[in-house]
Design a protein around this ligand. Sequence first.
Ligand SMILES: *[C@@H]1O[C@H](CO)[C@@H](O)[C@H](O)[C@H]1NC(C)=O
Length: 245
Amino acid sequence: IPKRRALVLLADDHSRILLKSENSHGNSDYINASPIMDHDPRNPAYIATQGPLPATVADFWQMVWESGCVVIVMLTPLTENGVKQCYHYWPDEGSNLYHIYEVNLVSEHIWCEDFLVRSFYLKNLQTNETRTVTQFHFLSWYDQGVPSSTRSLLDFRRKVNKCYRGRSCPIIVHCSDGAGRSGTYVLIDMVLNKMAKGAKEIDIAATLEHLRDQRPGMVQTKEQFEFALTAVAEEVNAILKALPQ
Ligand SMILES: *[C@@H]1O[C@H](CO)[C@@H](O)[C@H](O)[C@H]1NC(C)=O
């Protein structure tokens, strides 16, 4: 929790997401979320944010709505050793109303023991517009730690990107503080996307600096950075193996 507060203090005006205060339940534009740019300096590729708190869940859905988001990547269990990591911000069945945003749980699909996928029908009750939002929830990645295997995280990323393919809206990525695990995931995804686009040189440390310029604390431990390197190496190996001999 102190970390969460620290990040709240650090998120400054030029690098955070602003909500439309007229549509906000608290008439405030504030949310602890940072736009993360990749190659396009105008449109963020991701929004890294803290896991919603009871008091910020309506702001979270407002951000999902206003950013045009269709994919949420959740990288934390709800609780860890009895400590709350994130508010349960969606309905377990049927629908919940968060300010003017109605969220309907349409389906929940358990892919494997490490992750599941939920589909929501999101409705803005002010305009009656609707949108489908898919949440990919990685269950077994604990605070300050790394997933038990690179394979499960790479599988997870493939599912996310298959769903996202061809869109231009940002992917919302959160864990508890929106920095350690979220930073690690974004680093891996960004580097692998650069490679897939045929970048001739990949500088993972420079990519991390670029991320940290946009949100402090992205990737928190040496172990997380090493995990990112291993995941990238593993994907490179898989690509090499698939090449015609
Ligand atoms: C939204 O739908 C409700 C119920 O059908 C209707 O009463 C209301 O006028 C609609 N609002 C807009 C902005 O279309």
